[in-house]
Design a protein around this ligand. Sequence first.
Ligand code: FRU
Length: 501
Amino acid sequence: MELSWNTDHRRQLMRSSAARALLEPHAAASPLRQRYHFMPPAGWANDPNGCVYYNDRYHLFYQHNPYAPRWGSMHWGHAVSSDMLHWEHLPIALAPSSALDDHPKGGCFSGCAVPLPDNTLALVYTAVNEDNTNPVTQCMAIGKDGVCFDKLAQNPIVTKLPPNVPCDLRDPKVLRHGKFWYMVLGAALGGSALQGGDGGALLYRSANLLEWEYLGVFAQSQGRFGTMWECPDLFPIGDKWVLTFSPMFCGSKTSVYWVGEMDFETPRFIPQQDGVLDWGGEYYAVQTYAAPGERRIAMAWQNGWEWMPWWKGFGPTAEQSWCGCMALPRELGLDPAGRLTAAPIAELKALRLSSACVERQIIHAQSVRLPCPSPDCCELEFRLSLSGTTARRVLLDLRIAEGRYTRITLDLGAGELFFDRSHSDGGQCNGNRSAPLKSAGSELQLRLFCDTISVELFVEESCVAMSNLIYPAKSLPYISICAEQGQFTAHYTCWPLQPCV
Ligand code: FRU
């Protein structure tokens, strides 16, 4: 492949890292920095990009504005890790530098990383420049050492919009299947994301990664899954194929999966199951790692966009020179019914400090305080024995301080879980959320991960995960729990976690 030694690109990379360096001391001093969720050193971050295990390390690229803690002029930030928790920041990988991508409302949009047979790493991304006649194209850059990337002289590698795609086409995911490379792109069909569009995923095929043949639409919303699909991913788990995407304007859904069969020839995805990857307000643009040992790990941006109905803002961290973080990496699997399961990666257990608090209590209507010595950097586990439970509802208050709390309600009667953040902070966080709560077994296990500004919860038996942001000031060292209309026995464990970012 012929590389263009694009001096403009190198110059823009240097300029952007110098600009970010000026913000870094301010971001580092921010009291809202997370303790174990990935964040940029400073500036803005959204989608994870190019999630790849390459040369024995996990690489995380991400949508990044190194100049300011707000979206604009998209670059690709870059970090590496051997456990997806302790990250080392590397130089910025991509910067807008050509007529295809140099625009304040454009740049190098989301995409993927592909290790090549000669052990170089290709980044495939959408170049956006609202000014010219090619507003959206797919482009490639190559890094010989996986650190310093040059854009290809042949860019763009996909230029034309296919029929029925008037404007929204982005976020390439390239995968190898059989003798060919395939590229999945997210699109709005028959209209735009904002007007008249129907979300869908398109498939292209190539023998050499440079010349791409358009094969067609292989999955489509048909009015059920939003107006535009952002950041699609397509990967196998066992003998099934999984398609994930972030639909725009799809009610409360931010991340959807389909499980089924994939026919690369027709092309057509035949769904057998669909579901929601996360029921929270802040879990978007999921991308996956193919990790050693056949593991499939999901990464997602822990925030959301202005067009989401519950959105009030990106949060107060922007006043402290940074904005945006990633949700915890989650290991994906399939349950016996063929639904996608997502569990926090096992590596997280290594962050548990030995000083766990363990309690077993019968809980009635009177609220009980349970110890939580490190409320903004901990993992909590509740096991609720359902056999002896008469309570209709279980109320759990976290991050408690003067008049502030975040309430999780398990409505066992209605089979629903509520996440109420209306008293979490001074009104800076987004709206409340709910999720279905099915209890098939004799016990319900709830795992909660609290960081400075986030709560992620997992209900194992229900395949329910939920990621939400809150912005409380200092919290008191306990949580509070009570039962409504009956009683239950709670087995509670709280592990303070070792900060790692
Ligand atoms: C998803 C998204 C992508 C786009 C990127 C721009 O959050 O809108 O579709 O490539 O963000 O930053």
